[in-house]
Design a protein. Sequence first.
Length: 210
Amino acid sequence: MSDLLRDALGRRPVTSSSVAFTGRVWDLLAEDVDLGEAGSVRREFIRHPGAVGVLALDEQGRVALVHQYRHPVAMTLWEVPAGLLDVPGEPPQAAAVRELAEEADLRAATWHTLIDWVLSPGGTSEAFRLYLARDLSPVHDHERHDRVDEELDMPTHWFDLDQVRGAILAGHLHSPSLIVGVFAACAARDVGWSTLRPADAPWPEHPAQR
């Protein structure tokens, strides 16, 4: 692959930085950035710890989705199990293993990195990694997570991967991690899963993983 077709890492000089708002999960930063010839600009953005998600695929080609209420958009969305990287020192894959167990009561014997992306690079620092998990089995009853808040009544349902892709194209599903993950999984499946990366593949796009 051409080195030209690759996003470039590198932070431009920041001449001032302040926290405009401190939230429970993330903060709003205001920074003045030196763009060289273009001069200095002020940018306000959400400082985000990043997140991971899991596209859990069974032997019948079905994907496990959770149905979760999302208040900012006033919708209950079908999503892949996912969560914040908010446990200090926890590796991303370990966080994905934990989220799969906590949200879908599943464990997986086979893990790969499916796809990475940044959610909204003009307004948040959030980096997201989605794993493909296969060779699935249920967690033991004594290991089940006690869910709270929006997760308390969050059901898990199995859908055929191609059925989910069709529902996305029909405009019925809107979760970004679901949409990106399903199309990435379909593309990888169509080339015999040859594009999959190891579960511990480098992730320098996440600032804490550089």
